[in-house]
Design a protein. Structure first.
Length: 196
């Protein structure tokens, strides 16, 4: 009975699809988009200062490694035991873990306001290499993100970034110029070229 229902449903769906295709105007152009994203699974940070940890661990997970955020922190900060201190970290701490995991390239580290061009972001995403970024809040302090996509449809320059902060959406997008500097933050540090 289920097989018959499935076949009938498939026949109806195929018929509807054929009718829709026949009714489409001849001048209809396919929708073209230049958006490209890496399907990362952005992690939420487990402790208030672990944005660096969740972002770095997201990149490690993209390359197939399965670490708890506690283990990621322990390797980065040379700690042991069943927990790891809720301390701030750096993109260089992420690189330390990537090195420990045996990555072939732990990435190039740009600091002091050295951001990437949109073309470099595009080439990194096209190569399926997520980018670690650090932003500085206008009111003080910093935060870490993962750049994982871009869109240059119709000349737009949009970047897609993952945010590990608990109450923030995990997946976000913003114009490239706004991501570099806006009323809330400035992009300050980068690790790119990360490859297992």
């Amino acid at each position: 009975m289920k097989i018959s229902f499935r076949r009938g449903l498939a026949t109806v769906c195929a018929g509807v699809a054929a009718m829709v295709a026949l009714q489409a105007p001849a001048s209809a152009a396919p929708t073209v988009t230049a958006a490209t994203t890496i399907p990362i699974q952005m992690q939420a940070q487990e402790k208030s200062n672990w944005c660096w940890d969740a972002s770095g661990n997201t990149i490690a997970a993209w390359w197939g490694y399965s670490l708890s955020q506690t283990k990621f922190c322990q390797v980065a900060h040379n700690e042991s035991g069943s927990d790891c201190a809720n301390n701030q970290g750096y993109l260089s701490d992420q690189q330390r873990v990537f090195r420990w995991l045996g990555f072939s390239n732990v990435g190039s580290y740009n600091s002091s306001g050295q951001t990437l061009s949109f073309a470099t972001i595009k080439s990194q995403v096209d190569a399926r290499q997520p980018i670690g970024t650090r932003i500085g809040w206008r009111n003080g302090g910093g935060h870490m993100h993962v750049l994982y996509g871009y869109d240059n449809t119709n000349g737009a320059t949009t970047v897609y970034y993952g945010d590990p902060w608990g109450s923030s959406p995990r997946y976000n997008q913003m114009s490239y110029s706004a991501y570099r500097s806006n009323n809330s933050f400035t992009w300050t540090h980068t690790v790119y070229g990360i490859k297992d």
